[in-house]
Structure formats: structure tokens, C-alpha cells
Design a protein around this ligand. Structure first.
Ligand code: ADP
Ligand code: MG
Length: 1032
């Protein structure tokens, strides 16, 4: 079975390549002249052994902005250092489902081919992106990811995963990338990302592995370099409120950890807009508000930590005076923090002793703490992102891995970090050699193919120099770190000089010859890496490798209120009785497992080249590029590709597939598979230089040879299939004929019977239907006649229909009583009766629901209505305003007044304005109705008592003259008055003008008119003018 499976894979592959080939012929014409500049695939280069020709081709294409070129299926990419218009959605569409040779080389073509191979072969792949720092690896990996995001099948759910995969990038870059001298966005951690696909090719999940973050950058940056982007983004982009809350100022110069490289501002970086991008991304990848708060709490704390200053006390110990920064640190009690930063805890037999730090020591411990906090937070971040990318479905997935790791780098001063980074690149180069140059050539040898070996530089010797057990640099470094006694960076150097002197790739000041010695300092050692020589300064190696954090540093962190810090410094962490693994050893084992992960997958390569050191577009530095070509092994790769064979396969498989093409091998070959293949290809007319016969496999040099064979096979397959089909049909037809005829007759009889029965049932049913229709129509036509045989059924139907509709459409309240369903003529009377009945029923229900209070209110309102309805213009607007028991609370009436009328029960009170009789000046008063009389009150004085009896309307004058009052609750007050004083009849509504007595014998007038705004004033004619707005 496995063999069969393999054939299907092979078929698939051929199928794909074949279609590619056919299209190639048509597409050749469609490539534009520009696309043809130089050669798209180095394999087609005539002088393929010439470095200069190789370089010329790269340069020519680069100047036409053609940054991609193939060597077979390997993609060479030259960093353009400018935006090119080749990454649009349209471009992506163009490259989807198309083969390599059909279109100009592109990273999308590679991505698409990887994807389709994975789909058809249902296996795992990875894309190794390599090149030195700034060559464009990270950009390439982003382009690939974007391509998948657009090209893979999508659903709402998948879009979610897609967005998270895409947006994990800006977040990780903010926290893990920084400006270096080589690259303004240099990855300071290694990243391997798995994208998981389901059967349909939908991206359903992902996982990120991160490698060794360059933590030392948190506390120190070389000149011209920056700390991690996120610090500057926070300070430049953070909202005012956030900064205030974190105790930060919007000024990078204020923070010691941000300015050591002296370049907080960089032209190519917009920290503010990057901040916004990161904020958006964080929300998409499921960071809650509190996560985000805590995360930036940590970033700010690191900045504050960096600003903490120590002073020496009289004994020379570090002391912390007046450090406001402490306040902002992670919610740790100041006392604890102070102690933790200036003392070290030592455990002596039974007790714990705190030993004070010197100032230098305290600074060191502070920086160690900052690095630990940042490093652990970074790991937390990666885990958190992984949680959001996890795919919960357990069905089998295939993956495409993307490896974007820090590139080879050489600075003026290189330290432990560069040592690790460059070692990592050696390992990846080793993997590349292993998988391409070496295994391919070994196979030829194994198969006994005549082969002129292509020499290549194998960097295994350097890998061994670094990692070999007991003798390698890593072992020596660890030994120095762990041994008791006074180990220093210099003793480490001496040890290396002693143990590895004479190694062709290792030299130090002491070991060097006269000439080389001049280029080396005493504390330096130099490695001849595959990519060039690098001089490392030994200072700091031991420290960085130990990465010691004092134990009470951890304990202090555990007291933090910050949830992330709590998580990163768990109390379950084993206390360092035993030393943890050194940094470099951890790194080494992580690289071993990375190699294992990669080895189990199908490899694809992108080799990135940096055209100049100045990060400038349009500049192509021949020397620089030639150097990279060399060390990336591009020439060797090309030579193996050229000299090698494009396809190979086992004799058995090849014969099995193509044997129909030759009469001697078809349908069965009696001899060995190798002989069969020999016979077959002789028949097909393969030329001697087109193939080689190995021990177990046939090797075919050019794809075209195989394409031709496959084409022939496809044609032959159809012919074969047709003739087999024809023969088989004839045979079956004859043999089965009689049997079939007999059976057919039987079936026919049964079938006819069945059909007849069905037909009969159908007819009976139709007759019933016709009868019903007839009666219905007849009924409709006679519907207005008296009930008779013809229409009785129809009318019954109408009745029932009306009643059911009425039931569903009854008015909900009395107010809607007019929305009664119109009845059909025969239901007129019944409908009338029903309506009456139903309205009564509703009214009864309504009345039953009224409370005694509401009833009293309504009675009052009825009284008002009888007095004012139709008489006063603004009466209708008052109807809906409920009456109150009183308008002045008992507490607002003076106690004196209450005292004076304490024997009379107060029934109602209301604020009024009294217009005095001379000049109509307005005065505020309270009008109180008791059982006995009405009172006009000013503050604590009763100004006037009026017996209800004396109220007689305005016809008769009284002794004091009349009282002119204005009241906002006129209808209410008058209704109350009329009831309390039993004075319904003395209330008159007048229009236009009213005459009254100022004093007996002296008359006054009040004129009424309506206007926009209500007001009362003394008019020129001496009358009191009352303007009312009709709604007032
Ligand atoms: N394909 C590209 N198109 C445009 N600019 C690019 C491209 N590749 C790289 N660059 C530029 O080069 C810089 C460095 O690339 P990067 O991928 O970060 O390098 P590496 O990861 O190899 O160190 C990017 O910030 C970008 O400005
Ligand atoms: Mg990078």
C-alpha cells in the first residue's frame, strides 16, 4: 500500500509539472520584455560555473527591480530597500495555482507551490529563510504569511484564525525587534512558526516557537542602536491618561534605558502609528483589558527601574535615597523593593542574612532584574499568542513551517549575543548543506551513478568547534561558568587558547601570527565562520551565559500585584539550590530540537541577499553580494542542480506506470524491473545523455524528457481504457441478455399493475376535488340569497371564517373600539351585537381595575370638565395633567400660620401671585383652603381671610375691594375651591376683559389676550394685561 500511495504522489507531482510545462509553451510569449531581463532561473545560465556571470545576472535584474531569481526551486531574493508594486492582491491572484516557470519568479510562486504540494501529498513542509541581518528575511516571511491569508479558503471562523496569525506579527515585532546598525527593524529573537491546514487547505491554527531573545538590549544599547521598539512606542504613542497612570513622561530622553545608543528617534520608524497598530493587534489576538494594562505596567516599570539611582553611604554600601521611581514599580511595597535592590540574601545554616551591595553591585542587580522581567514577559507574550492560535479540532493537520531567525551579523564589537546568533546560522547552513548538496550527491554515489562530485565548503568543522562535547567553545564556557573559584572572562579565554589552539577557524591575540595579531585586542577571540570572520570580545561572556538573578530578586517580584509578573515568577519555581542550565546550553538544545522539527518536513529555501550596507535602494555592491553568494553556497547549489538529474524513481514504480507504452512490457514483463525499464526507454527512444541507470532507480536529467513520456502515457491510457471498456461491455451484454430479458418481463408486469392502481386512486381523488370546487363556486355565486341548499355550506364557511378572524383581531383597549373588523353582509347584525357586548366587557374590566385614588381624581376632573369644558381655550391641555392633593408641602408653610389655623383642617394650598390694587405690583403669596375659609399668606403672616360665603363672583363689590390673583394651577385650584367652599356657581369664565373693584367705588380692569409668551403687566391704559399662550 505505501508503494501505491507513492505512485499517487508521483502522479500528482508529474501532473502538476506537466501542466506547467504545457502552459510554459503558451506563456513564454506573455512574459514582458522587462521580465526577460537576465535569466529567471540560474539553471538556464550558459556559463553556470562563472561567479561573474551569476553576479551579472543578479545585478542586471536588481536594477530592473527584479529582485527574485530561481535556482531550480530555490528562490534568491535581493533586498530592494524600497517598496515595490508587486505585492498586491492582484499579484497574489495571478500566482495562485500556477506553476513555477509560468510567471516571473516571485515569493508568492514559492509559497503557492509549497501549499499545493502539501495539499496533494498531504505532508508537512517548511520554508527556510536565510541571509544576513537586514537581507529581508522577516519581510519575506511576512509576504508568505500574507499570501496564505489571502489565498487559502476562508470562512468566518477561518478568517478569525487568519487575522490572529497575521496580527501576531506586529506584536512580536514590537516586543522582539529593535533598530540595530544593520537593520532598522532587526529581529532580536528567533522565530519558527507553524501554520496548520485542514483537509480543505484552510488555515486552522498556528504555533510559534521563539528562540533566545537578546535581553541585554533592555539595559544597554550600542551607539546608533535602540532598545526594543515597544518602549519608544509607549512613550511616543501612549495616550495621555495611560502615561499619567504609568507615571511616564512623553520624552524618551528622560529614560536611561532608552538613550544609550543616542538615537531614540529614527526617520524610518513611526513609533506613534506603530503603537496604534499594536493596540489593534492586541485586541484581535484576545488580550483582555487587564492583560494590556499589566503588560504596559511592566514596560513602564522597566523604564522606571532603569532610572533608579544608588548612592554610596558612609560605609560604601549602596543606598536608595529619594527615589520617586519606586512608587511606580509593579505594586511592590517600597520597603521590600528597597531591600531587594540593595541587599543580597544569603542563607547561612539556619538563618537568613542580608548582605548589602556596593553601588556597582546594586546597579548590576538592578539591570539583571530588568532583563529578567522583560525576558520572562516576552515568553509570556509568545505563550499568550499561542493560546489564541491554538486549533482545538484534533483531526489530522498538515503544516507549513516558516523559519525566520536572526541572520548572521558582524559589528565592530561582537559579544555573547552575536556568538549565539552566528552559531545558530552555522547550524542552519549545516542543515541546508545536509539536505541539498550532501544528500543529493550521496544518493548518486549510492546508486553508482557516474558523478563528478561538486566540491563545497562543509561548515561542520565550525559547528564542531563551537558545540563539540568537552572540547567545543560552549563546553569550555559552561565549564568556566560552573567551576568553583575565581573564574573570569579572561580565564575562559585562556582555557580556549589552551584547548583549541591550532584550530584552523580559531585564533586569539596570543595564538595569532605577527600580522594578524595587530588586528586583535588581548581580550578578543576570532572565529572564521562560514560567512566570514568575526572577532568576539570576551568581556561579559560568563555573566551573560550565567544570567544570574539574585534569589531575593525573584522573591521581591513574587510580591508584585501585577498578574503577569506573578505568573512569570511563580512561587513554585525551584529555588536555585541547583544551578539552572546555562543560556548557551539551553540555546544549543533548542537548536537541536529545531533541527529535528525541520528534518521531518519537506524543505524549501529562500536565500536573502543584502545589496549594500547603507540600506539604500538602487545600490548594488558587487563585493558585498559576491561574498554572500559564496557563503550562501549558491554557486555549488547551482552546479549540483545543473549536473544532477531532475527526476529519479525506483525501477518498479517507473515500469508499473509506463509499461503500456511498449508492446514488450505490456501487459506483463517477465524479467527484472531494471531490464523492463531498459526495454521500455529503448522503445521510447531516450537518448543516452538524457538518463542514467542507477542500482535501484532510473535518473532522468531534464524535466522535458519526463513530460514527454507522461504526455504519451496520458494518450495511451485513454485508448486503453476505451478498448477495455468496449470488450467488457460486449461480454457482459451477451452473457446477461437472456437473464435480463426474463427479469425485465417480470418487473414489467408488476410495474404495470402498480401503475394501474395508482392511476385509479388518482382519478377518484380528482373527482372529489372537482366536486368541492363546484360547490364552493356555486355557494359564492348565491351568497346573497336566502339560505338554501346551494349556499348553506358556503355561508357556514364565511361565518366561521369571519369569527375566527375576529377572534384574532379584537381591539385591545376601549380606545381602539372603532377598529372593529368589517363583517360580511350575512354577519352584520351578529357583528353589531358582538361589538356592543365586547365593549361592555372591556369597560367593565377597565372600571374594575380603577383604584379608589384614581376614582377620586377622575371625579375631580369630571367636576373641572363641567365647569370649564368649552369655555376656556387652554382647558383641553390641562386634562391630562393629574391633580395633586396640595401644591405646598406642610413643611413649607410657616409654623406660625399653622399655629393660627390649627383648628381648621387644611384641605389644599397653592402658591399664587397677588397683584396689588395700586399699580398691579406682583407679590408672591400662599393660598390656603381650609374647611372654613381661604387664607392668603405672606411668609409668617396671614394677610387676609376670606369666607367662602363672601365669594360671589365679580358682580357685587365687597368692602375691601376685589383680590386679583394669578395661579399656575388654575383649574386644579378652582376645582378644589368649588368643592371645598361649595361654590360651583360663583365661578365664571370671562373673555376679553373683567371689571373689578379696587376699592368700593373705584374700579379696575384686567384684559386678557393670547400671544406667543405668557406674561402679566400693567398696560399703558392702566389695565392689568394678561397675555396667555393658549397652551399655558
Ligand atoms: N521585499 C522587500 N520590499 C521592500 N523592502 C524590503 C523588502 N525586504 C526587505 N526590505 C527592507 O529591508 C529592511 C530589512 O528587512 P528584514 O526583513 O527586517 O531583514 P532581516 O529580517 O533579514 O534582518 C526592511 O525593514 C525593509 O525596509
Ligand atoms: Mg528579521
Amino acid at each position: 500500500q505505501p508503494q501505491q500511495k507513492q505512485i499517487t504522489f508521483e502522479e500528482n507531482r508529474i501532473q502538476r509539472k506537466r501542466t506547467g510545462h504545457t502552459i510554459l509553451r503558451n506563456m513564454e510569449a506573455s512574459l514582458t520584455a522587462r521580465d526577460r531581463v537576465g535569466i529567471q532561473d540560474f539553471v538556464l545560465l550558459d556559463t553556470y560555473t562563472s561567479e561573474s556571470a551569476f553576479l551579472d545576472n543578479l545585478r542586471k535584474r536588481f536594477h530592473e527591480n527584479l529582485i527574485y531569481t530561481y535556482i531550480g526551486t530555490l528562490l534568491v531574493s535581493v533586498n530592494p530597500y524600497k517598496e515595490l508594486d508587486i505585492y498586491s492582491k492582484k499579484q497574489m491572484d495571478t500566482y495562485m495555482g500556477v506553476n513555477f516557470f509560468e510567471l516571473p519568479p516571485h515569493i508568492y510562486a514559492l509559497a503557492d507551490n509549497v501549499f499545493r504540494s502539501m495539499q496533494s501529498e498531504f505532508n508537512n513542509h517548511f520554508i527556510l529563510i536565510s541571509g544576513e541581518s537586514g537581507a529581508g528575511k522577516t519581510e519575506a516571511s511576512k509576504k508568505i504569511l500574507q499570501f496564505y491569508a489571502v489565498s487559502c479558503p476562508s470562512t468566518k471562523l477561518l478568517n478569525n484564525v487568519r487575522d490572529r496569525l497575521l496580527l501576531s506579527n506586529p506584536v512580536l515585532e514590537a516586543f522582539g525587534n529593535a533598530k540595530t546598525l544593520k537593520n532598522d527593524n532587526s529581529s532580536r529573537f528567533g522565530k519558527y512558526m507553524d501554520i496548520q491546514f485542514d483537509h480543505q487547505g484552510g488555515a486552522v491554527g498556528g504555533h510559534i516557537l521563539s528562540y533566545l531573545l537578546e535581553k541585554s538590549r533592555v539595559v544597554h544599547q550600542n551607539h546608533g542602536e535602540r532598545n526594543f521598539h515597544i518602549f519608544y512606542q509607549l512613550v511616543e504613542g501612549g495616550e495621555e491618561d495611560l502615561l499619567r497612570w504609568l507615571g511616564l513622561e512623553r520624552n524618551c530622553q528622560r529614560y536611561r534605558y532608552l538613550v544609550q545608543g543616542d538615537c531614540a528617534k529614527v526617520r524610518s520608524i513611526n513609533d506613534k502609528s506603530d503603537w496604534n497598530t499594536v493596540q489593534k493587534a492586541l485586541s484581535v489576538i484576545e488580550f483582555g483589558e487587564s492583560d494590556i494594562e499589566h503588560l504596559f505596567g511592566i514596560i513602564a516599570s522597566v523604564l522606571h527601574l532603569g532610572n533608579i539611582k544608588f548612592e554610596a553611604d558612609v560605609r560604601g554600601y549602596a543606598s536608595l535615597n529619594n527615589n520617586q521611581e519606586m512608587h511606580w514599580l509593579l505594586g511592590i511595597p517600597t520597603q521590600v523593593l528597597q531591600q531587594g535592590l540593595t541587599h543580597r540574601k544569603i542563607e547561612a545554616k539556619t538563618e537568613e542574612v542580608f548582605s548589602p551591595f556596593s553601588v556597582d553591585h546594586a546597579v548590576y542587580a538592578r539591570d539583571a532584574l530588568a532583563k529578567a522581567i522583560y525576558g520572562r514577559t516576552f515568553n509570556w507574550l509568545v505563550n499568550k499568542i499561542n493560546e489564541s492560535l491554538v486549533n482545538k479540532d484534533s483531526s489530522r493537520k498538515t503544516v507549513i513551517g516558516l523559519l525566520d531567525i536572526y541572520g548572521f551579523e558582524v559589528f565592530n564589537v561582537n559579544s555573547f549575543e552575536q556568538f549565539c546568533i552566528n552559531y545558530c546560522n552555522e547550524k542552519l547552513q549545516q542543515l541546508f548543506i545536509q539536505l541539498t548538496l550532501k544528500s543529493e550527491q550521496e544518493e548518486y554515489e549510492m546508486e553508482g551513478i557516474e558523478w563528478e562530485p561538486v566540491p563545497f565548503f562543509n561548515n561542520k568543522i565550525i559547528c564542531d568547534l563551537v558545540e563539540e562535547k568537552h572540547r567545543g567553545i560552549i563546553s569550555l564556557l559552561d565549564e568556566e561558568c560552573l567551576r568553583p573559584g575565581e573564574a573570569t572572562d579572561l580565564t575562559f579565554l585562556e582555557k580556549m587558547e589552551e584547548k583549541i589552539s591550532g584550530h584552523p577557524h580559531f585564533v586569539t591575540h596570543k595564538l595569532a601570527d605577527q600580522k594578524t595579531r595587530k588586528t586583535l585586542e588581548r581580550g578578543d577571540f576570532r572565529l572564521l565562520h562560514y560567512a566570514g570572520e568575526v572577532t568576539y570580545c570576551v568581556v561579559g561572556f560568563l555573566d551573560k551565559n550565567n544570567d544570574l538573578l539574585y534569589r531575593n530578586g525573584k522573591e521581591v517580584m513574587r510580591q508584585s500585584k501585577n498578574a503577569i509578573i506573578k505568573h512569570c515568577f511563580p512561587s513554585t519555581e525551584p529555588d536555585s539550590k541547583r544551578r539552572p542550565e546555562t543560556v548557551v546550553t539551553q540555546f544549543k538544545s533548542s537548536l537541536v530540537s529545531l533541527t529535528e522539527i525541520l528534518m521531518s518536513k519537506e524543505p524549501w529555501y529562500v536565500r536573502c541577499i543584502k545589496p549594500n550596507e547603507a540600506k539604500q535602494p538602487g545600490r548594488f555592491d558587487d563585493v558585498l553580494v559576491r561574498h554572500q553568494m559564496k557563503y550562501l553556497g549558491l554557486m555549488e547549489h547551482l552546479r549540483v542542480r545543473r549536473a544532477g538529474f531532475a527526476y529519479r524513481r525506483k525501477y518498479e514504480i517507473f515500469l508499473q506506470r509506463y509499461k503500456p507504452l511498449c508492446p514488450e512490457t505490456w501487459p506483463n514483463w517477465k524479467g527484472t524491473a531494471a531490464e523492463g525499464v531498459q526495454c521500455l526507454i529503448k522503445h521510447l527512444g531516450y537518448k543516452p545523455n538524457e538518463y542514467k541507470m542507477g542500482r535501484t532507480k532510473i535518473f532522468i536529467r531534464h524535466p522535458s524528457t519526463l513530460f514527454a513520456t507522461e504526455d504519451a502515457f496520458q494518450v495511451c491510457k485513454h485508448k486503453l481504457a476505451t478498448s477495455i471498456q468496449a470488450k467488457y461491455k460486449g461480454y457482459r451484454a451477451k452473457g446477461d441478455y437472456l437473464k435480463q430479458r426474463e427479469a425485465a418481463t417480470k418487473i414489467e408486469t408488476c410495474w404495470r399493475g402498480l401503475l394501474a392502481r395508482k392511476e385509479r386512486e388518482k382519478r377518484a381523488w380528482a373527482a372529489i376535488c372537482v366536486l368541492i370546487c363546484y360547490r364552493f363556486i356555486k355557494g359564492f355565486m348565491t351568497r346573497n340569497q336566502p339560505v338554501c341548499v346551494d349556499n348553506s355550506e358556503y355561508l357556514a364557511y364565511v361565518r366561521q371564517n369571519y369569527l375566527t378572524r375576529l377572534r384574532d383581531n379584537l381591539p385591545k383597549t376601549v380606545m381602539e373600539k372603532d377598529s372593529w373588523l368589517t363583517p360580511p353582509p350575512i354577519m352584520q347584525e351578529a357583528s353589531q351585537l358582538l361589538k356592543k357586548l365586547y365593549i361592555r366587557h372591556m369597560v367593565r374590566k377597565y372600571v374594575q381595575g380603577i383604584t379608589p385614588q384614581r376614582k377620586a381624581q377622575l371625579l375631580l376632573k369630571a367636576q373641572t370638565s363641567s365647569m370649564f369644558k368649552g369655555k376656556k381655550e387652554n382647558y383641553p391641555f390641562s386634562v391630562c395633567r393629574p391633580f395633586m392633593d396640595t401644591r405646598i408641602g406642610a413643611g413649607d408653610i410657616s409654623i406660625k400660620v399653622l399655629q393660627m389655623i390649627r383648628h381648621e383642617h387644611i384641605k389644599y394650598s397653592v402658591p399664587v401671585v397677588k397683584y396689588d390694587r395700586n399699580g398691579f405690583r406682583p407679590r408672591l403669596r400662599q393660598l390656603i383652603f381650609t374647611q372654613e375659609a381661604a387664607y392668603l399668606v405672606e411668609d409668617a403672616k396671614i394677610k387676609q381671610r376670606i369666607d367662602y360665603i363672601s365669594l360671589k363672583g365679580n358682580e357685587e363689590s365687597n368692602t375691601h375691594g376685589d383680590l386679583v390673583l394669578q395661579c399656575d394651577y388654575l383649574f386644579e385650584a378652582l376645582t378644589k375651591l368649588s368643592l371645598i367652599g361649595n361654590q360651583q356657581n360663583s365661578i365664571k369664565v370671562v373673555q376679553g376683559s373683567v371689571r373689578f373693584d379696587i376699592q368700593p367705588g373705584r374700579e379696575g380692569f384686567v384684559d386678557f389676550k393670547s400671544g406667543q409668551e405668557s406674561m402679566v403687566y400693567r398696560a399703558k391704559n392702566g389695565h392689568l394685561m394678561v397675555v396667555t399662550n393658549s397652551r399655558g
